[in-house]
Design a protein around this ligand. Structure first.
Ligand SMILES: [Cu+2]
Length: 196
């Protein structure tokens, strides 16, 4: 793993936190910031393209004051118990949402709270992953989040992508608020990044 890190740094990207931002509306999830190089094009329920083994922080904001929640399901429609809930201020959501897709986002996470964020060009974020890595105990993982009803309120979860993930969903509105999760890779390391 240490060797892979060096390679990624040399490419000048990817030390940024993988942060996904969605808007929660009864008519569908709205993509604000998508993983990888995907652009949030405004279509409802955008596919989330994830890399196996990578940890993502997903935040969504209640857009319409209706109760919504968040879960990730396998292809059988089972909620996967993979989500670590984090508290986050609506402020932080807004700050990240105003950043450019290519800008680095680095989160400060402390005891289940996202306490701050820095956004900027590549460089100072790093720290070798000690903020997020390794401290998930399975006891703190949930299969779906609590229902959030207040318009403007924000909920955050952290999860590590794995191949069984097939879709993300609001359990309250499973017919309209559901989108695909596509997980690729799985430890192949470094150099298959040349698909441009
Ligand atoms: Cu919903």
């Amino acid at each position: 793993m240490a060797g892979v890190n060096a390679t990624v740094l040399a490419q000048g990207q990817s030390q940024n936190e993988e942060v996904i931002l969605l808007g929660g509306y009864t008519r569908g999830w709205q993509g604000y910031r998508l993983p990888g190089s995907a652009e949030a094009s405004g279509t409802a329920n955008p596919t989330l393209n994830l890399q196996a083994g990578t940890t993502y922080t997903l935040m969504w904001q209640n857009g319409d004051g209706v109760g919504h929640n968040f879960a990730i399901q396998d292809s059988q429609g089972n909620n996967l118990q993979v989500l670590e809930p984090l508290t986050v201020q609506a402020d932080t959501f807004s700050q990240i949402n105003e950043s450019q897709a290519g800008q680095n986002v680095s989160l400060d996470v402390s005891s289940g709270n996202i306490t701050g964020v820095s956004i900027g060009d590549s460089g100072n974020a790093t720290g070798g992953g000690n903020a997020t890595g390794g401290q998930q105990s399975t006891e703190s993982l949930v299969a779906q989040t609590e229902i959030l009803s207040e318009q403007g309120a924000v909920q955050a979860v952290q999860f590590t992508a794995s191949p069984e993930m097939a879709q993300y969903i609001c359990v309250v509105h499973p017919n309209t608020m559901v989108g695909d999760v596509a997980v690729s890779g799985g430890g192949s390391g470094g150099s298959n990044n040349s698909s441009m």
